[in-house]
Design a protein around this ligand. Structure first.
Ligand code: BGP
Length: 483
């Protein structure tokens, strides 16, 4: 079996095996060298009693804001990159903290110290043979843009983002080839969850507003800004590749009942219209009808529609963690409500955080993407959050992580080798432990490298290689053949 697999699943020679992090989850040093306050800097960690993170304006007490310390990557990156090189990473995905470059988001001139930091980070990656893959906005827009302008519902943000993107493309030209605009822009489809609206769009809404309409308005502006960034990048350097970035989740019907099937189809349409707009440059017809039916005022001007078409993304960056399952609603309406419609899938296991573990869903969704958008895909996140135990001898035996990664990578390889899906890279989440985006915990660990820091920010910060480190190192060395 083993020999057969290695022969059968031959991945392309230039496949980008890598690892991924996001600036606000690792860098810490939230006020260093002129950095401004981001939305991530004012989100307090969740607790077991309070699962959703509290959004607050009070930034006095560092302890409740895990992004203030991260894993100190702002300072430790030279040593951490050495470990990544030892691991054999060919690509490393991170994001640029918008507030290091434009502290308030609306300045004309960038902060030189912020540019210098990323210059050095990218230089050191390149010197170690690691290609940087960079997201422009990963859940950390400038807080000023929320307070002063009301977040992405304000069209002024399109210009601010375009200026930020243009500045980065010009400044880092020759160092960064692969870019993505907004991390997991589709999470907003769960708009009843205020956390998602805030994290993705900087929206803080009260009940006088129709949240769904506001979400569609904000997302429209983000997608126009994203298209403008694609156009700007190609002007700076036609070689630059700018991707959309979506959280890809297969959405299955619970049964073969036609009502379940119809809702599953609508759920996919609803969650991935962001992909239709960004990858193809067009709003889907069902959604235009939906806007009409609901009386929503979405500014779909001819100019915006032309921008979306011209600035379609070059590739899809995607995360993959789990699948969803839906069941026809009691009222029979074909309207998806992500917050309330999801049901348990009896055929899959769950992680310690209740995320459904579904390796085959990876192959399913990769095929779906290929058939729908016909462009290259880079898997820029995939991994499992778990409670790890650091043994007295400094070892971490994370066989569950190895199993998760192995099972998912096998399905990705089947999609590439047997189904011909155009996947150009895989940057697992994450080569190193980091602060969780949804809960602010350190204890929800994803890394191949353990970081000695706890939920209250205490610890030696020392790095330890987990068992999964050697496993992934071998996998890369064999170009994915020896799973
Ligand atoms: C994705 C985010 C990441 C990351 C990951 C794991 O949604 O893009 O930033 O954190 O999920 O999620 P969590 O950290 O909430 O476990």
């Amino acid at each position: 079996m083993h020999k057969f697999m290695s022969k059968a699943l031959k991945m392309p020679d230039d496949f980008l095996w890598g690892g991924a992090v996001a600036a606000h989850q690792v860098e810490g040093n939230w006020q260093a060298d002129g950095k401004g306050v981001s939305i991530a800097d004012v989100m307090a960690a969740a607790s077991r009693e309070q699962p959703q993170r509290v959004v607050t304006d009070t930034v006095q007490d560092d302890k409740v804001y895990p992004n203030h310390w991260g894993i100190d990557f702002y300072k430790t990156y030279p040593q951490d990159i050495k470990l990544f090189a030892e691991l054999g990473l060919k690509a490393f995905r991170t994001s640029i903290a918008w507030t290091r470059i434009f502290p308030n988001g609306d300045e004309d001139e960038p902060n030189a110290a912020g540019l210098r930091y990323y210059d050095d980070l990218f230089d050191q990656l390149l010197a170690n043979g690691i290609e940087p893959v960079v997201t422009l906005s990963h859940f950390e827009m400038p807080y000023n843009l929320v307070k002063k302008y009301g977040g992405w519902r304000n069209r002024k943000l399109i210009d601010f983002f375009e200026h930020f993107a243009q500045t980065c493309f010009e400044h880092f030209d020759g160092k960064v080839r692969y870019w993505m605009t907004f991390n997991e822009i589709d999470n907003q489809s769960d708009w009843r969850n205020a956390h998602h609206l805030y994290q993705d769009s900087g929206l803080q809404l009260d009940d006088s507003v129709n949240w769904e309409e506001a979400m569609f308005q904000a997302a429209h502006n983000e997608m126009v800004a994203s298209a403008k960034a694609v156009l700007a990048a190609h002007k700076v350097d036609p070689q630059l590749q700018v991707g959309a970035m979506l959280a890809m989740v297969p959405i299955y019907a619970l049964t073969a009942k036609p009502g379940d099937q119809m809702l599953a189809e609508r759920a996919l349409q609803y969650r991935y219209y962001y992909g239709d707009v960004q990858m193809e440059g067009e709003y889907p017809r069902w959604l235009l009808k939906y806007f009409e039916r609901k009386g929503y005022d979405i500014p779909l001007s001819d100019e915006d529609l032309a921008t979306l078409k011209a600035g379609a993304a070059d590739f899809l960056g995607m995360s993959y963690y789990f699948s969803f399952t839906v069941q026809e609603r009691a009222d029979g309406k074909v309207e998806y409500d992500e917050h309330n419609d999801l049901v348990d899938n009896p055929y899959v296991e769950k992680s310690q955080w209740g995320w459904q573990i579904d390796p085959q869903g990876m192959r399913w969704i990769l095929n779906w993407i290929q058939d729908r958008w016909h462009k290259p895909t880079m898997i820029v996140e995939n991994g499992i959050g778990a409670y790890d135990k650091l043994e007295a001898d400094g070892q971490v035996h994370d066989d569950y992580r190895i199993s998760y990664l192995r099972d998912h990578i096998r399905q990705m390889e089947l999609a590439v080798v047997e189904d011909g899906v155009d996947v150009i890279g895989y940057t697992m989440w994450s080569p190193i432990d980091l602060v969780s985006a949804s809960t602010g915990e350190m204890a929800k660990r994803y890394g191949l490298i353990y970081v000695d820091r706890d939920d209250s920010g205490q610890g030696s910060d020392q790095r330890y290689k987990k068992d999964s480190f050697a496993w992934y190192q071998h996998l890369i060395a064999t170009n994915g053949a020896d799973l």
